[in-house]
Write a protein that binds this ligand. Structure first.
Ligand SMILES: Nc1ncnc2c1ncn2[C@@H]1O[C@H](COP(=O)(O)OP(=O)(O)OP(=O)(O)O)[C@@H](O)[C@H]1O
Ligand SMILES: [Mg+2]
Length: 264
């Protein structure tokens, strides 16, 4: 479903601020893979995701989504394949619009606004059911403005919007990091439910090693622009935080592995 072949990305090349953010990353995800991505600050996790989404072009290498080579496609032409949720709860939703309008907007992504845009009864019922699965009571507030919602409620809604059209690829970049622990757990639980229900191929960046271990069928750890650890199947199921730190130390040759990871 996703095939990344030897991608490289350098920012500010040729200047004193030059930063090689990706150094030959290759990664293949099968249909329905749920991969958690972990790594210290600046390891290249977001750059990898942005490269896949087409936020900026890569310097070298290829990216294929569901059999389509998207390497040279601009961001808006990759958008139909991709659902994304970022860290900032304010980013994925339109504050001045109602909850149901936001959902309708997500459902009509890529379509021209005009006749036939109004929300049908069937859609309203679908949204009611979907919102109900969040367990936040939003199904009773479908005409409320999104700007009135809490960060966690907005993030949960963003998740629904990003997955409404069952994207070929779901990209989550620390989407629970800005939420309080209880809300974060709730949004993560919803993520798990939706990803499993729709068998979505998913990349989820997290700074929380326990979350990275508890979710998904595969875990990758990035270090200095490379994939340093890649664990799946039975090995992933048996993984512990200690085991993960050990794998990372071995891969990076760094004794500071514990601090770097735990503090970042
Ligand atoms: N648009 C950009 N312009 C210049 N440098 C960038 C840009 N985006 C990322 N970088 C640099 O590339 C490196 C990798 O950054 P990236 O955001 O991918 O890290 P990350 O693993 O997501 O870290 P974090 O856990 O802090 O989010 C960093 O050194 C960062 O400063
Ligand atoms: Mg990041």
């Amino acid at each position: 479903m996703l095939e990344i072949k030897d991608i490289w990305k350098t920012f500010n090349a040729g200047t004193t601020n030059e930063k090689v953010a990706l150094q030959g990353v290759s990664l293949t995800l099968a249909d329905g893979d749920f991969v958690t991505v972990i790594g210290g600050n600046g390891a290249g996790k977001s750059t990898l995701m942005n490269a896949v989404a087409g936020v900026y072009p890569v310097d070298q290498g290829t990216i294929t989504i569901g059999g389509t080579d998207v390497t040279r496609l601009p961001e808006h032409r990759r958008a139909p394949y991709i659902g994304r949720v970022f860290q900032d709860p304010m980013m994925g939703t339109a504050a001045s619009m109602q909850i149901e309008e936001n959902l309708a907007l997500a459902a009509r992504r890529g379509q021209k606004r005009g006749l036939g845009w109004s929300i049908t009864k069937a859609e309203r019922e679908e949204y009611h059911t979907l919102l109900g699965t969040l367990g936040l009571g939003l199904e009773e507030r479908m005409t409320s403005k999104v700007g009135l919602l809490s960060g966690g409620q907005r993030q949960a809604l963003t998740l629904l919007m990003a997955t409404l059209r069952k994207p070929k690829l779901l990209l989550l970049d620390e989407h629970t990091a800005a939420l309080d622990p209880k809300t974060a757990a709730k949004v993560l639980e919803t993520t798990e439910t939706i990803v499993r229900r729709d068998k979505l191929t998913t990349l989820m960046i997290t700074h929380n090693m326990r979350d990275a271990i508890a979710h998904g069928n595969r875990l990758i750890m990035m270090f200095e622009g490379r994939i340093a650890v890649d664990v799946s199947g039975e090995e992933k199921k048996k993984l512990t935080v200690e085991g993960l730190l050990e794998l990372f130390s071995k891969a990076s040759g760094s004794d500071e592995a514990d601090d770097k990871l735990l503090l970042s």
